[in-house]
Design a protein around this ligand. Structure first.
Ligand SMILES: [Zn+2]
Length: 81
């Protein structure tokens, strides 16, 4: 159990998501939109990244909540949406 071992940095970056990069995201507990909150290593680089509980504010609806690691997923930036 090491905290912060894979360099997760907490920041909300919904407007800066780049295609083909990987991000850790959660679904907003209120509006259900994606909240990308950190850059992620690709699955090839890190097959099982470590998560820790983070407090995030949704950039879509402004709701603040605390998200447990179980809620987090790794997604690739959208190519077109
Ligand atoms: Zn929201």
């Amino acid at each position: 159990m090491t905290a912060g071992g894979c360099g997760i940095r907490e920041f909300v970056m919904a407007n800066q998501v780049e295609p083909n990069k990987w991000y850790f995201t959660v679904d907003c507990s209120k509006c259900g939109e994606d909240i990308p909150f950190a850059e992620a290593p690709s699955p090839e680089e890190e097959s099982e990244p470590q998560f820790r509980t983070v407090k995030l504010q949704c950039p879509h609806c402004g709701a603040e909540d605390i998200y447990a690691p179980a809620l987090m997923t790794r997604r690739q930036g959208p190519e077109s949406k």
